[in-house]
Design a protein around this ligand. Structure first.
Ligand SMILES: Cc1cc2nc3c(=O)[nH]c(=O)nc-3n(C[C@H](O)[C@H](O)[C@H](O)COP(=O)(O)O)c2cc1C
Length: 430
């Protein structure tokens, strides 16, 4: 029997991950209770958050709770557990929708854990989508993800769509006031043929709605991992909206209609970011001195704390700048070193021309999720989630590289490289 316990901190993290799930009108209609000793979570419907008019038979509520359960399972698998979910485990208590027990791993379903990074990245897409078609292999993977949760995901072809204009058209308007442009409001061109997917289960009971919710979230997380954006559509919830459609005859019950597409804006933004990064010098640049590769590697894989960078500024950068300033002075130039805990700088006056500045400052960044060894650390404090770099700034602006870990000689080499460029600039600009 396992002795691994579920800490209170870990339990809070898991619920936090679970509750990033989508829900109709963001009602978040769930309540979580953790029985830590039994390593079990109970998920109940929160009746105060039920949407009695928009969701009278609580299909949407169950789907949202199912999505939260899938997130919980993904987060638990990522934390090294084997989540076992039981749907509607107590027939006398219909408000207890699901229990999730955290069992010991048995080498089984590891692909759930792989979806974890998408848990916090997934969002309902409401921006225009790119028209780029989704490759067959990706569609098949999405359909397989739905099947793993006991649901069917279909991408209706144009033939189908032609026969079911009404619900599709209604869904396509997606709260966007159709294609009309409203004076005074920002507008955007939406794609003409969104990639529509229908998610269905065999029967039409609360248990099936919970399954549909888990399947929907699994599809959305996988879609997010594939660079797609998804949007569930409430108006097509349940059989009613589709019952007149011929497509429904081919499907058991259609519960959720999803738009799954490549995001136009996100894609463009990512492309622009990639280009910028490609054009940037590498973060670790050692100039003016040869560097053992081990030092280089260490700088790439470590995520220093503020105190480490500040002590580096004090113990390595300050002596380097003082030493190089002394040499400049001996060459007849006016050189000054200024120092505060976060920044050390060297200024060289250039008689009637633009002065030279070389500053190194401790700058905080968010540590990427992949570099955080333990999810519990993520919640402790904002400070503990940050790492620091010793970034170089010259008069013209930040230089986007980090000198943390350089030796004194390497810092001096870097100063001289920048100074050399400055002098060339002064010569060229006359
Ligand atoms: C079953 C279901 C149906 C939904 N229907 C719609 C919809 O018709 N229109 C819409 O804009 N968002 C819809 N949403 C998305 C929610 O509004 C969204 O999940 C919520 O606002 C939280 O935002 P997030 O998904 O970006 O975390 C739906 C979500 C679910 C679970």
């Amino acid at each position: 029997m396992s002795t691994r316990t579920l800490s209170a901190e870990r339990a809070v993290d898991l619920v936090h991950d679970a509750t990033t799930a989508p829900s109709v009108r963001n009602a978040r209609p769930w309540r979580f209770r953790c029985l830590r000793g039994e390593r079990t979570f109970e998920i109940r419907a929160d009746s105060e958050r039920a949407l009695r008019h928009a969701d009278p038979d609580a299909r949407g509520l169950h789907i949202g709770c199912g999505a939260a359960v899938l997130n919980l399972r993904v987060a638990a698998a990522h934390a090294g557990w084997r989540p076992e979910a039981r749907l509607l485990p107590d027939p006398r208590d219909p408000t207890l929708l699901v229990t999730v027990h955290l069992a010991d791993p048995d080498g089984g379903e590891s692909d759930l854990a792989a979806l974890y990074p998408a848990v916090h990245r997934r969002h309902t897409g409401r921006l225009p989508y790119a028209g780029k078609p989704i490759p067959t292999s990706v569609r098949s993977a999405l359909a397989y993800a739905a099947r793993r949760e006991g649901a069917l995901l279909e991408f209706p072809g144009p033939g189908h769509l032609g026969r079911v204009p009404e619900p599709i058209e209604e869904a396509e308007s997606r709260d966007r006031a159709g294609t009309r442009r409203i004076p005074g409001r920002e507008s955007a061109d939406f794609e003409r043929a969104p990639r529509l997917a229908l998610l269905s289960t065999l029967r039409d009971h609360p248990e099936d709605w919970l399954r549909a919710g888990q399947a929907m979230e699994r599809v959305l997380l996988l879609a997010t991992s594939e660079g797609l954006v998804g949007a569930p559509v409430a108006r097509a919830l349940g059989l009613n909206a589709l019952q007149t459609a011929s497509i429904a005859a081919a499907l058991p019950f259609a519960f959720v209609m999803l738009f799954v597409c490549y995001g136009l804006l996100r894609g463009l933004r990512m492309e622009a970011q990639r280009q910028t990064v490609l054009e940037m010098p590498p973060i670790i640049q050692i100039r003016g001195a040869s560097v053992p590769w081990q030092q280089w590697l260490k700088t790439i894989v470590t995520w220093p704390r503020r105190e480490e960078v500040e002590s580096f500024l004090r113990e390595t950068v300050a002596p380097a700048l003082r030493e190089v300033a002394e040499e400049f002075r001996q060459a007849g130039l006016e050189a000054t070193v200024a120092k505060d805990p976060q920044e050390i700088s060297l200024t060289i006056a250039q008689q009637g021309a633009r002065e030279f500045l070389y500053a190194v400052h401790a700058k905080g960044y968010s540590t990427p999720a992949f570099a955080l060894p333990d999810t519990s650390r993520r919640r402790r404090s904002v400070e503990s989630r940050r790492y620091f770099r010793a970034d170089v700034r010259i008069l013209e602006g930040p230089q986007h590289y980090d000198v943390m870990g350089y030796t004194k000689e390497q810092i001096i080499g870097d100063v001289l490289t920048q100074y050399d460029k400055h002098v060339r600039f002064l010569i060229q600009s006359g």
